[in-house]
Design a protein around this ligand. Structure first.
Ligand code: ATP
Length: 422
């Protein structure tokens, strides 16, 4: 085994190492050449932890996965149309099995036409040299690096390089991937690759891909630890117009996010701020309403995220309501309660008014958790039969409790009786 790889494999998570040896032994029994590929190889060489094990088999990946699943008694999901399978080894470790394949693109942005191939073909269809390496896991060649395109040298020189000149044309989502890996590893996009990337941007090749596919790749960027660096780079490359033509981004605001997320975590121990969604809110904040509407209809977002984005877009109005001079805690509660937690945190981050922070903090830490002792049944027993009235009484008892007027069950009873008669 190559000394470098041996050295890297010894620093690998021992659980993962044990699993790939088990896979390798089974592959030997079935006489299948089998490799670890893609991101995990790159991360092994960088000595970074990665629990996503990608295996490529010269032969049936599904067959090998089935044998291992049976023997190890693990859950397996098969995707026959892609000739892949995912084996769920443990809660945090899963293994993707694929059959080595060759891809060709009938036109820019099209889904590739796929045919069985060998490991070289499989590596050649990949995005960048650093992601296009494999490590053999069969016993007699265990740890041998397959590096046909100079990935190791690029890794050492910290370069992101495509495998051939048509790469961005074939799949424009690689533009976003190039920036994501460049910023994550603090690498540089190699000069020729960068020129081709800029050409692809000028030609607006992203229009050749289904908007949702491009957006899905973009969402991965939102989840990066260094999301702000990624956006700085995308702004510099003018690579955000796929969101909306001529979009203007509030970069100084984005740059504040890291520090502010720490603050938000302190304020709201119950909700972890969705940094990705908050970043998206900042990006979309300066769009005109029509442009926002167009964007939301083009990209498929989770319903709750879409609602939160629309709410956050109106943060100024909410801020105005929340900064009124005399506002009872229950009135603050009524303004904030219908909003999503992310919208509230966004408002907390966005507003510069101390009174707004105080009111949000009170809501998050206290008021939103307040519960009353009385139930609908209790109100019924007091002789109230109308469902609507019961709801109103319970709501009012809650509001008065939030305002600190009711401190125990007796007081709630007494007040409920009065409210029923009103
Ligand atoms: P991450 O660490 O973010 O998971 P990754 O390299 O594992 O990064 P994935 O998106 O999980 O990235 O993809 C796994 C592998 O599949 C990549 O390493 C790359 O070899 C290949 N790949 C993914 N997307 C593309 C693409 N658009 N074009 C070519 N190859 C791709």
């Amino acid at each position: 085994m190559d000394k470098l790889i041996k050295n890297c494999l010894t620093t690998m998570n021992p659980k993962i190492l044990r699993i790939i040896k088990i896979v390798g032994r089974k592959a030997d029994q079935k006489n299948l050449k089998t490799y670890l590929v893609g991101g995990i190889v790159r991360d092994v060489l960088l000595k970074r932890n990665n629990l996503d094990i990608d295996i490529v088999v010269e032969g049936s990946g599904i067959l090998l996965a089935q044998e291992i699943a049976r023997e190890q008694k693990k859950k397996l999901i098969i995707y026959p149309q892609f000739k892949t399978a995912t084996l769920f080894w443990s809660e945090d470790i899963h293994i993707d099995f694929a059959t080595a394949r060759k891809e060709s693109y009938p036109f820019s942005g099209a889904l590739p036409v796929v045919a069985p191939g060998n490991i070289r073909d499989d590596l050649f269809r990949r995005d960048f040299t650093i992601n296009a390496m494999a490590i053999s896991i069969n016993k007699d060649s265990f740890g041998q690096l397959v590096d046909e395109f100079g990935g190791l040298v690029d890794l050492q020189h910290k370069k992101i390089r495509i495998l051939h000149d048509k790469s961005f044309i074939e799949d424009p989502t690689r533009i976003l991937r190039a920036v994501r890996f460049e910023q994550r590893f603090r690498f540089c996009i190699q000069t020729h690759t960068l020129n081709l990337l800029k050409e692809a941007l000028k030609k607006e090749l992203f229009k050749n891909v289904k908007a949702q596919r491009y957006f899905n790749e973009f969402k991965k960027m939102l989840k990066e630890r260094d999301v702000v660096l990624c956006f700085k780079r995308l702004i510099q490359l003018k690579a955000l117009s796929f969101l909306s033509p001529g979009i203007k981004i509030n970069l100084p605001l984005l740059q504040q996010i890291d520090k502010n997320i720490q603050n938000l975590r302190r304020v709201s121990s119950r909700v972890d701020p969705s940094v990705d969604l908050i970043c998206l809110m900042i990006l979309l904040e300066r769009l005109k309403p029509k442009a926002l509407e167009a964007l939301l209809s083009r990209f498929n977002l989770r319903r709750e995220d879409r609602v939160a984005i629309v709410e956050s877009y109106k943060w100024k109005d909410i801020e105005t309501k929340l900064s009124r001079g005399h506002l009872k805690p229950s009135e603050g509660y009524l303004i904030l309660k219908p909003l999503s937690q992310t919208t509230i945190l966004y408002l907390r981050f966005r507003s510069l008014k101390r009174i707004v922070w105080q009111r949000i903090d009170r809501f998050l830490k206290n008021d939103q958790m307040v519960k009353i002792f009385l139930t609908g049944e209790d109100i019924k027993n007091l002789g109230c039969t109308s469902g609507q009235k019961i709801g109103e009484v319970l709501d009012n008892v809650l509001y008065e409790k939030i305002d600190g007027k009711l401190n125990n069950k007796q007081q709630e009873y007494k007040r409920a009786k009065e409210l029923i008669l009103l």
